[in-house]
Ligand binder design. Structure first.
Ligand code: GLU
Length: 553
């Protein structure tokens, strides 16, 4: 290398840097079993966490851990203009909440674990600079001082000539400039970007392999892309190559918006002299709109933001189950055969993933899964989780539920433990208020209109006497059958048939059926026409509360 070039590179990188050889030593090959996959999720902290990012994270984590490999969280924060403070921590916190455990990377308070860090790209500048310097020395990269105006002029010129746009071949303004030109630009105080000197030819077709998309023919990259911006930070393309190499990633699983960049990425690995990882590009989760499929969009769909599920109070486990369903269609059968097994026992495969690539999102299905899971939890757990949710999102309900935890648990225990078909009434915790509010005096409401209508259904029977006759024989200890027998007895006294058949055999003789008369009791106690079995409701409410409510009549 001649002295001028040496000077130029030293002016671009005046500070001491590790050498590629030193980096090689600092980040040695990992000592893992041969089949072990090292995967990573590499979010850019640009705002909320997309549902699809958790999908990709779960897939990456599962594939890593089921192969005795490692899953890494890396924060790609080199685009300072787009960064939104705090969102790197938000991503880590979200992974933790969903129990998608990264073996390496920052946790929700930014504390890093792992020997292959730093795991925030903005803290890895010296590492990138080391390789960029090396590429400059070996003539595989060069500084470019083109101004925005010059680039705009280039674009216009290409358009006028009917040429492909971009910075390539003879259009690459600084590719052939001399070291002296670069030094003089530096002397003028200009700040360059560093570009790759692409060895590719656009006419040459290469075969690229993707574990999900398959083998495709694509043109070779010939763009002299920016690898380091004027602020000294690398671009995504370059940084991902360096990081995935040094972190010893074996499989890059990422959104298929990156698939068109694959020829470039493979070229970067080749220029750096490294074997690339395997790539798997995921098609985005889609939703139906007006009979057409489209990408789940952060801008249009509130459910694209993972916070949506937290606010609504979906169980994290339900989201995981649902995502596994979307990823591998055979998960559902597996779950049916193994209803209580840990989902980690299911073996996720790329093969099945390739079949369900671009899965269709369905909130109703998620809700059903969530209902199923909640129905299998014991009352104590449901109460705890409902309380945790309400503490954040429904303070009033929280206070009421928390005041008497035994009462709250008893409410959730209605038709739950020990019954063959537990109630499936709650799909997400935001539904809890609607489901149980009437148990709390502060939330209980009974409209005159509803009461009038229940009385009207009695068909002339005396409501107060009916209620009094039932309460005279009611016993808290009775099970649902005895309860109903007693109610029928009371109702019969007031002219109601004890069964639908009895009623049908002689409608004229009866005011109606006992079941209809029970509506009055239900309305008085709950303000609703539909509730769990009244026998249980009354038992949980307790005699005093029941009495108080019945006084309304
Ligand atoms: N930071 C990139 C993104 O947010 C990561 C892509 C990748 O996984 O390599 O899409």
């Amino acid at each position: 290398m001649n002295t001028d070039k040496h000077n130029l590179i030293n002016r671009l990188f005046p500070n001491p840097l590790p050498t590629p050889e030193e980096l090689e030593k600092r980040y040695p090959r990992r000592n893992l079993p041969e089949k072990a996959m090292v995967t990573r999720v590499a979010p850019s902290p640009t705002g909320s966490v997309h549902f699809g990012s958790i999908y990709a994270s779960l897939i990456s984590e599962r594939l890593a851990h089921q192969s005795d490999g490692l899953f890494i969280l890396r924060i790609e924060d080199t685009d300072k203009k787009r960064e939104i403070a705090g969102t790197a921590d938000l991503f880590a916190a979200t992974l933790e909440r969903y129990n998608i455990i990264a073996d390496e990377g920052p946790d929700k308070s930014g504390h890093e674990i792992g020997e292959y860090g730093p795991y925030k790209q903005s803290e890895r500048a010296a590492i990138y600079h080391s390789y960029i310097k090396h590429l400059l020395e070996s003539d595989k990269a060069y500084p470019c001082f083109a101004t925005p105006e010059e680039l705009e002029e280039l674009r216009a010129r290409q358009e006028a000539m009917g040429e492909r746009s971009g910075y390539y071949g003879h259009f690459a303004l600084w590719r052939e400039k001399s070291v002296a030109d670069a030094i003089s630009a530096l002397d003028q105080g200009l700040k360059p970007v560093i570009r790759l000197k692409s060895p590719g030819n656009f006419q040459t077709k290469i075969m690229v392999d993707d574990l999900l998309i398959g083998r495709r023919e694509m043109p070779e990259n010939d763009q002299d892309i920016i690898i380091m911006k004027a602020d000294g930070l690398p671009t995504y393309h370059f940084a991902h190559a360096v990081d995935d190499y040094l972190m010893r990633t074996t499989h890059v699983i990422r959104g298929n918006e990156w698939f068109p960049s694959l020829p470039l990425h493979l070229q970067l690995f080749a220029v750096l002299g490294w074997t690339p990882p395997a790539y798997a590009h995921l098609a985005p989760i889609q939703k139906m709109e007006d009979g057409k499929k489209r990408k789940l969009s952060k801008r249009k769909d509130p459910e694209a933001n993972i916070e949506y599920y937290r606010q609504a109070g979906y169980l994290e486990e339900a989201i995981i189950e649902y995502l596994l369903n979307l990823a591998n269609s055979n998960f559902e059968d597996w779950r049916r055969a193994n209803p209580v097994a840990d989902y980690r026992e299911f073996i996720l495969t790329l093969k099945k993933l390739a079949n369900s690539n671009g899965p269709l999102f369905d909130l109703a299905k998620l809700n059903d899964i969530s209902k199923d899971i909640i129905s299998r939890l014991d009352a104590k757990t449901v109460a705890e989780r409902a309380l945790a949710w309400a503490k954040e999102y429904d303070e009033e309900l929280y206070e009421l539920m928390n005041k008497d935890r035994d009462y709250t648990e008893a409410i959730f225990n209605i038709e739950r433990s020990g019954v063959p078909k537990p109630r499936k009434d709650i799909g997400r915790f935001e539904e809890v208020r609607q489901e149980i509010s009437y148990f709390f005096d502060d939330l209980f409401t009974l409209s005159d209109e509803d009461l009038r209508s229940a009385i009207a259904d009695l068909n002339g029977a005396e409501p107060k006497a009916l209620v009094a006759d039932f309460m005279a024989i009611y016993d808290e200890k009775d099970g649902p059958e005895e309860w109903f027998e007693k109610f029928k007895e009371a109702a019969a006294k007031h002219g109601f048939a004890k069964s639908p058949n009895e009623y049908k055999s002689d409608p004229e003789k009866h005011r109606g059926q006992a079941g209809t008369a029970a509506k009055l009791l239900r309305i008085l106690l709950t303000g609703r026409t539909q509730t769990p079995n009244l026998c249980y409701v009354m038992k949980v409410m307790g005699k005093e509360r029941v009495k108080r409510r019945l006084e309304r009549i």
